[in-house]
Design a protein around this ligand. Structure first.
Ligand code: NA7
Length: 542
């Protein structure tokens, strides 16, 4: 296999401006498939990737315990029967090392590497209105131009570290989970502090707890974590998947959220408490997001219905944590179940029964700053050898607004999205012709919607080329209607009042807006298909 840490030729920035048909930013799940699609169509394509290897999320998030929260057989690409038959998933919820291997396998199998330039962060992209071309600037000075620019930068790739004073003064080692080193980090016997208790921390904590001498977890908001129930895939199951992939993918595409789970059509409130508990126990015993996406249909829209399950989960936490005070701290009471992303866990709650693990609630006494020796909260000082920031991401808009992207009239993308995402279909933005966002921003099993979006973009680019057009961008009206429609859908959910990355509320100063499209997968696909089938009626073309 080709060495993923190097690239044959990274120009030094003094050369001429390179010309391509399309430039893709990012070589993760979406970017790799976009590259494959556009190459198949005969376009010259360049992918610029910030990382030292392909894989996106699965390159960066190599912290201990990192894995899919989707069933492996539903997360893998569906577009190559050969790939589906050749690849064996080892675990039902595959871990980061295997996921990274998978995406490297894809890059090799489809000969994608010659088109990918690693260690290349795109810092700026400017649209040339006369030539209908994008010119991108890669950090270090290299420039390249293309008619089409695709931001395949993911939704959770711009890491967020709270701006604690003194971070750089810390004398021990510190890591953000999404910038975890490739080399093993030895925590044996060390005093470790973990800041954050989101999905990432919840995967990480049980493993760190076993290795560290002492672990202190700083929690601001408790989460409703549910058992992942991961296991190895046996050969029989592997064979069943391989024989049934078309059916598996069909089921995912037809479901509300791109999984093989489907909501129970009944209301939680129309059945007796006894009946409710029977379903809840059954869901609890199953792997994956069944507890969320196989639940009564109204748990995500009706507060009272939601509370019946929220209390069920709190009781499960209380059963598993020995110290009742710690259990109460871990049992969320400030937001509905599912209003934040449900983390899947493996012995997370049991970690707090260990003598070497301490939970610190930072609500009464927030973290004030980082010191050379550790962390200072308002009422205590904690000394550490290692601090782990599991503090999340500037989601969805962050990776895009951190680049200096300028569309028609020099308008910046950052300004355009200052009050929340403004797009049509989550894919294109008015005033930024030929710029496409290839990231799944639906409530969707990531790859299921990402594939659909990548294919939509490829078709749209095919349309522009076929009709000899120069550019395409949605009308302002189509964009406004999409924003209104998305906000209306958001208003029917229980998501909007919660402080979560879904709402951008985890980032101080970020305008609150639901960053994901709260519709079902079939309905989202229907709208995307309609936009194309109408002959791109809602778009301005030149
Ligand atoms: P999350 O879910 O955004 O979690 C970040 C955590 O960091 C969360 O518990 C935060 O508390 C905590 N945090 C952030 N800033 C602070 C400060 N200043 N003090 C204390 N605690 C803080 O990110 P993850 O990486 O866990 O997961 C992101 C997604 O990746 C996940 O949903 C999956 O889709 C994959 P808060 O909740 O804001 O009170």
């Amino acid at each position: 296999m080709e060495n993923t840490n190097q690239h044959p030729h990274k120009p030094n920035g003094n050369g001429a401006v390179e010309q391509y048909d399309a430039i893709i930013i990012g070589a993760g799940v979406s970017g790799l498939y976009q590259l494959y699609k556009l190459r198949e169509m005969g376009l010259s394509v360049r992918v610029f990737e910030d990382a030292g290897g392909v894989g996106g999320t699965w390159y960066w998030n190599r912290y201990p315990g990192c894995r899919f929260d989707s069933e492996s057989e539903t997360y893998g690409y569906s577009w190559s029967e050969e790939l589906l038959q050749e690849w064996d998933w080892k675990e039902h919820f595959s871990g980061q090392p295997e996921n990274e291997r998978y995406l490297n396998f894809v890059a090799d199998k489809f000969n994608l590497r010659p088109h990918i330039q690693l260690n290349s962060y795109v810092s700026a992209a400017v649209y040339d209105e006369n030539e209908h071309r994008w010119e991108v600037q890669v950090e270090g000075g290299q420039r390249a131009r293309a008619q089409f620019l695709i931001g395949a930068v993911g939704v959770l790739s711009a890491k967020y570290t709270p701006p604690f004073e003194g971070i750089d003064s810390f004398e021990g080692e510190s890591f953000h989970t999404s910038n975890w080193p490739k080399e093993k980090v030895d925590l044996t016997g060390k005093r470790v502090g973990v800041i954050g208790t989101g999905a990432t921390a919840i995967q990480l904590i049980p493993i760190v707890a076993e290795e560290a001498g002492h672990l202190t977890v700083f929690q601001r908001t408790a989460n409703y974590a549910a058992p992942c129930r991961n296991s190895e895939v046996n050969p029989e199951t592997q064979a069943v998947w391989k024989a049934n992939y078309p059916e598996i993918h069909k089921q995912c595409r037809a479901s509300s959220a791109g999984f093989q789970h489907e909501f129970d059509p009944r209301s939680a409130l129309e059945v007796s408490e006894e009946e409710r508990l029977v379903l809840y126990e059954k869901l609890w015993a199953l792997p994956g997001f069944t507890k969320w996406l196989g639940n009564f249909q109204d748990i995500m829209t009706n507060r009272e219905a939601n509370e019946t399950f929220a209390e069920f989960v709190r009781n499960k936490i209380r059963e598993r944590v020995n110290d009742p005070e710690v259990a109460e701290l871990l049992a969320p009471k400030d937001h509905p179940f599912g209003a934040k992303r449900i983390p899947l866990e493996t012995y997370y709650y049991e970690a707090y029964n260990r003598d070497n693990v301490k939970l610190v609630d930072v609500n009464p006494a927030p973290i004030e700053h980082v010191t050379p020796k550790g962390v200072k909260t308002q009422d205590a000082e904690y000394e550490f050898d290692v601090i782990i920031y599991a503090t999340g991401f500037d989601a969805v808009s962050g990776p895009l607004t951190r680049m200096d992207i300028r569309g028609e009239g020099g308008k910046t993308f950052k300004d355009k999205w200052a009050n929340g995402p403004r797009s049509y279909l989550g894919i294109q933005t008015a005033g930024f012709p030929n710029f496409f966002i290839a990231a799944s921003t639906a409530f969707c099993n990531y790859t299921v919607c990402a594939e659909m979006i990548v294919e939509w973009i490829a078709d749209c680019i095919g349309h522009v080329r076929e009709k000899n057009l120069s550019s395409i961008a949605p009308t302002l009206q189509a964009e406004q209607e999409w924003v209104d429609h998305s906000n209306e859908l958001a208003s029917y959910t229980l998501l909007t009042d919660t402080k979560s990355w879904f709402m951008g509320r985890n980032i101080p100063g970020k305008a609150p807006a639901l960053l994901l499209y709260a519709n079902t997968v079939p309905e989202y696909r229907r709208r995307c298909q309609e936009a194309a089938a109408s002959g791109y009626r809602e778009f301005v073309v030149h």
